[in-house]
Design a protein around this ligand. Structure first.
Ligand code: HEM
Length: 217
């Protein structure tokens, strides 16, 4: 349930804005989205090997992991500050259930979905060694969904979406992600092609060997 709040409070010598949690929520959201984008970019740098081993994959993996953890931390700050704030009154169900919020329900739902995906990706990464690789990879790939949902959410729910700095930062993130994703897909295809060729060759060799065996016997 939500109610509209009042303006800024400037009482006494220390000026504490009444909407402090609202500002914490907004800045937390922006930092979380930037971190989520950087984490995806770092993952793509790792999988494409586009940096040619410098910095080392170990360093890239470690930073990728830290960026993921920081994304969860700042998203939690974003969500907790929204609940703490009474400028717009969010309850826990508003922030955890898609479309439960009365305030901009669809834009907020994109944020809730991004949050759920983020938690799934983070938990599956912690359980990586115990999960079958196929399932882990499938869940991990949903980070693309989480980033796009976060971008749509930020652009449609946020008050800073028209700020030039915000627009430029997000545009750079989107371009880097699209470029590296395309590179990854094309490089993946090129890598797979020799496998296909060698399996065709293997089959031809087996068939030829069978024919020789038949003639000999
Ligand atoms: C439970 C999930 C979430 C809820 C309920 C939620 C809610 C909100 C709300 C109400 C706003 C509007 C604030 C404003 O007027 O500026 C907002 C903005 C924003 N959120 Fe979320 N959010 C959630 C998850 C996320 C996630 C996972 C990310 C990024 C990874 C994110 C990134 C942002 C960004 C970048 C903004 C724009 C901030 C601004 O323009 O000042 N949010 N969110």
């Amino acid at each position: 349930m939500m109610t509209a709040g009042t303006g800024l409070l400037a009482e006494g010598p220390t000026v504490v804005p009444e909407q402090i949690w609202w500002y914490v929520a907004r800045s937390g959201g922006i930092v979380a989205l930037l971190l989520a984008g950087l984490s995806v970019v770092w993952g793509l740098l790792l999988s494409t090997r586009v940096t040619g081993g410098r910095p080392t994959p170990k360093w890239l993996t470690s930073l990728h992991r830290h960026l993921g953890t920081l994304t969860v931390t700042f998203t939690s700050v974003h969500v907790a500050a929204l609940v703490a704030d009474d400028y717009v009154d969010f309850g826990w169900s508003d922030v955890l259930v898609p479309l439960a919020s009365d305030w901009k329900p669809v834009p907020v739902a994109f944020g809730v979905i991004a949050f759920h995906l983020l938690i799934a990706v983070q938990i599956s990464s912690l359980l990586m060694k115990r999960l079958p690789r196929r399932y882990w990879k499938l869940i991990h790939l949903s980070s693309f969904g989480l980033l796009w949902a976060g971008l749509v959410h930020g652009a449609t729910a946020g008050s800073d979406a028209t700020n030039p700095l915000y627009t430029v930062a997000m545009a750079v993130l989107v371009c880097a992600t699209l470029f590296l994703t395309l590179f990854r897909v094309l490089a993946g295809r090129r890598r797979r092609r020799p496998d296909v060729a060698s399996s065709i060759r293997d089959r031809a060799v087996t068939r030829a060997a069978d024919r020789v065996n038949t003639v000999v016997s």
